[in-house]
Design a protein. Structure first.
Length: 287
C-alpha cells in the first residue's frame, strides 16, 4: 500500500477534514472551528502519513517560542501524535519523527512533548530525555470582595480583542509563550471561553479557573503583581495553584508536577542548559 508524507496542509479542505476525523477518533478533538476562526496559522504544522487521500498517522509541530527570563528561546512542541488503529505497528510514527528531526534539529533551541504512558520507550530512540516540571501553590487569606471581571469571549470581535492583547502585552511569568496566539486561542475560543478575567486595579488580565475555594491561575497577561491578581478573586479563595512559573517564587510551596498518563520529554540545548532550573510549561500552551 503506497503512502506519502504531507506537511502543512491546513488549507487543503479534503486533507484537513481527514485529519479532523482522525483527531476526533483518537482524542475527541476537532480543529475545524479553530481553523474557521482564523487561529490555525503557520506555527501549527501537521506532518501526516497519507494513504488513498486519508490521514492515517500524524505528528504536529507547534512553534512555541518562549520568553524565558526576558529572552526569547526558539522551541517547538510536538503534539496531536496519533495513528489510526488499523495502521499501527507499521513504523509511520517513526518516519514522521525522523522527518521532523531532519527539518528542525539544529535549527531550534529545543524540542519537547508530553507523552502518554504507553509510549515512554519510543521517544528516547530520538534522543529525548524525561524531564521534571515544578508547580507552585500557596494558601491565602483574602479579606476583600471579588473584583475580577469576566471578559466575554463569544464572537470574533471578542476574539480579535484578546488576540491583540496577547500579541502586544508581556506576561508576568518566568517562562511564557510568545508569537503564537493561535495556541492560546485554541483554549480561549473553545474550552476556556469563560476563564478570562480583567483586573482593573492593576490593568492586567488573568486566565483562571475557580474550583470550590481553589484559584487555578493559568497566566497573568500584563504587569499586575501576582498577589494583587490573586486578591482580586476575593475572600472565597483559600488556595492558589499556579499553572505557570512566577518570576518570584517566595511565599509559594514548590512540588514536582505529576500528571496522570503524562510524561514530559525534552531534547536540545535550552533544556540541557536549564536542567537545574525549576519551571513548568504553561498548561494553556499544551498542544
Amino acid at each position: 500500500m503506497s503512502f506519502y508524507i504531507e506537511k502543512n496542509y491546513r488549507n487543503d479542505e479534503r486533507l484537513r477534514a481527514s485529519f479532523n476525523r482522525l483527531a476526533e477518533k483518537t482524542f475527541g478533538l476537532n480543529f475545524e472551528n479553530w481553523y474557521q476562526n482564523g487561529f490555525w496559522k503557520d506555527n501549527y504544522i501537521p506532518y501526516s502519513v497519507v494513504i488513498d487521500g486519508e490521514v492515517v498517522s500524524n505528528v504536529s509541530v507547534n512553534a512555541c517560542n518562549m520568553n524565558y527570563k526576558g529572552k526569547t528561546v526558539k522551541l517547538i512542541q510536538l503534539g496531536t501524535i496519533m495513528t489510526d488503529a488499523d495502521h499501527r505497528g507499521k513504523g509511520y510514527a517513526r518516519m514522521l519523527m525522523e522527518e521532523i528531526m531532519k527539518d528542525y534539529e539544529g535549527n531550534v533551541d529545543g524540542i519537547y512533548l508530553f507523552a502518554n504512558d504507553s509510549v515512554l520507550e519510543f521517544y528516547p530512540k530520538f534522543g529525548f530525555k524525561e524531564a521534571m516540571e515544578y508547580q507552585y501553590t500557596k494558601d491565602v487569606t483574602i479579606s476583600s470582595d471579588c473584583k475580577a471581571e469576566q471578559v466575554p469571549l463569544k464572537d470574533n470581535n471578542d476574539f480579535d480583542r484578546i488576540v491583540e492583547i496577547l500579541d502586544k502585552t508581556s506576561q508576568n511569568a518566568k517562562l511564557y509563550m510568545v508569537g503564537n496566539t493561535g495556541l492560546y486561542m485554541f483554549y480561549l475560543s473553545q474550552f476556556m471561553n469563560e476563564n478570562l478575567f480583567y483586573i482593573s486595579d492593576c490593568d492586567s488580565y488573568a486566565i483562571a479557573e475557580i474550583e470550590d475555594d481553589t484559584l487555578i491561575l493559568h497566566t497573568i497577561i500584563g504587569d499586575g503583581a501576582i498577589d494583587d491578581v490573586i486578591a482580586a478573586f476575593g475572600s472565597k479563595v483559600k488556595k492558589v495553584v499556579l499553572c505557570f512559573t512566577p518570576k518570584n517564587v517566595s511565599g509559594f510551596e514548590k512540588s514536582e508536577l505529576h500528571e496522570e498518563d503524562t510524561t514530559f520529554f525534552v531534547k536540545g540545548k535550552f533544556f540541557e542548559d536549564s536542567v537545574n532550573e525549576e519551571y513548568m510549561m504553561q498548561m494553556v500552551t499544551h498542544a
